[in-house]
Design a protein around this ligand. Sequence first.
Ligand SMILES: [Fe+2]
Ligand SMILES: [Fe+2]
Length: 264
Amino acid sequence: MQTKINILFIGDVVGRYGRRAVKSHIDSIKSEFNIDFTIINAENAADGFGINKKVYNELEPCADAITLGNHTWDKSEILKDIEAMTKVIRPINYSDKSPGVGYRVFKINGIEIAVINAVGRIFMMPVDNPFYAVDDLLNSNKIRDVEIKIVDFHAEATSEKQAFGWYFDGKLSAIIGTHTHIQTSDERILPQGSAYITDVGMTGCHDGVLGFEKRQALERFLTYIPQRLNVCKENIQIEGCVMEIDTKSGKALSIKRVKKEIKD
Ligand SMILES: [Fe+2]
Ligand SMILES: [Fe+2]
């Protein structure tokens, strides 16, 4: 069995331009970093809001696991379709009564990898405590024998994300922040061996506001009148990170930011 595994994480894919960038460049990114396993956050993949079956089918060949976030339920058809989306993980700290699952275990080259999704609570919709929800999973039998555990912590406040990183240092292989769509430069290996970054950034148009038309976003801020937001298409970039994990201990060996400007 290989002694280490390279994992690629792609930050929030926004709309068709984000999807197009992923589809046309994922293979070259995977070969550049010798990637074994790929996680894509797709909570904004359908028109910027949620995911549906069509979009899932488009992204599914590019990813081994697909995580979501606060936009999970934006497309109503997801409620009936999520169970059939076998790579999708929605926040674990949503109600037990909601469809879908909060973690999945995948097997690549004989190596098991648990992928967990959780959402934060600061400046966000009220949900169960993400610290306890992930703790409960780790304390259960469900993934006890899985060495590699990656969480996508989808949260707004940098404080909550940092605290989450410290709390789970040594208990998870990596704590990868998403949701703010702005890549932070604080990637590091925490003292007990977990890879950490506050936010990996987003994939899509970078000449807008979080991937959406800047004029529409500005109107909202200037008038406080709700505006429909469309995804923008200028300055397309793919953002994410690459991690190297020791397969025996589950500890992270390295984490590197990825940022690709797409010219074509
Ligand atoms: Fe997002
Ligand atoms: Fe989000």
